[in-house]
Design a binder for this molecule. Structure first.
Ligand code: CA
Ligand code: CA
Length: 246
């Protein structure tokens, strides 16, 4: 048995590797989607998705638009669903420069689904984009503070399916790490497997933290305690830190 399969077994990874979407998330193409079933401002919805290492969903094709619309309606059809859902599209940084959703006339191959007269700069603060629940999910720009539903989108290539992703009771991905008090050793890491190997080869290592600082910079911390045995004060949720028990 090679180290990889040992890791999989020890991590209690029950799903097959092909089933890469976490429980409660829905696969479409190369991404997983999660419906936030409560009303939030655009910023709050964005931060909820970011906490699961995801982004607000943005439809990049008519097919994806249809998928997201149907998912919202199938998963969740509240009586006030006409409020629609935020998408990852805004001109917060610079009025008229829309992020992730090209303007009509730009990039002719890029998908867009603006409602007639949108985007509009008529109302100040209407810097965030909503996908309607009707009319083919057309897009409107609205004030970012409006309470709306939302869907998160997680590109499958953005995370390693070997991670034993921890799912909170609300279905969102959490990634608790042990605090620095339990670190036996800190190493530079290439990724999950090399960090896991380092932990396996250390006699006192029970779990490890993989801190991803982006651009290939990863830190691997070997811990003297298993996450499953950790008290609440030993565990922290830090952005881009993944904890995994051996
Ligand atoms: Ca998308
Ligand atoms: Ca604007």
């Amino acid at each position: 048995m090679d180290v990889l399969s040992v890791l999989l077994l020890l991590a209690g990874f029950e799903a097959s590797v092909a089933t890469v979407c976490p429980v409660g998330w829905h696969r479409y193409g190369k991404a997983c989607y999660f419906v936030i079933k409560e009303l939030n401002s655009w910023h709050k919805a964005t931060s909820i998705c970011a906490a699961s290492h995801a982004s607000l969903a943005v439809p990049n094709s008519m097919e994806e638009q249809t998928f997201i619309s149907e998912l919202l309606q199938r998963e969740f059809y509240p009586s006030d669903f006409q409020r629609g859902a935020w998408i990852d599209c805004d001109d917060i940084d610079q009025d008229g420069v829309w992020q992730n959703c090209p303007l009509r006339g730009d990039e002719t191959n890029a998908y867009q689904n603006w409602a007639k007269g949108n985007p509009s700069n008529q109302y100040s603060g209407a810097d965030c984009v909503l996908m309607a629940s009707i009319a083919g999910g057309i897009w409107w720009n609205q004030r970012c503070i409006n309470p709306r539903y939302a869907t998160c989108e997680l590109a499958i290539i953005d995370y390693d399916p070997l991670f034993c992703l921890q799912i909170g009771s609300d279905g969102r991905i959490t990634s608790p790490c042990l605090t620095d008090n339990h670190v036996l050793m800190e190493l530079q890491a290439q990724g999950l497997v090399s960090c896991g190997k380092a932990c396996l080869s250390h006699p006192e290592c029970s779990s490890f933290n993989l801190k991803d600082h982006g651009q290939g910079k990863m830190v691997c911390q070997l811990n003297d305690l298993a996450l499953q045995n950790a008290a609440a004060e030993d565990v922290v949720v830090i952005e881009n830190c993944y904890g995994l028990d051996l």
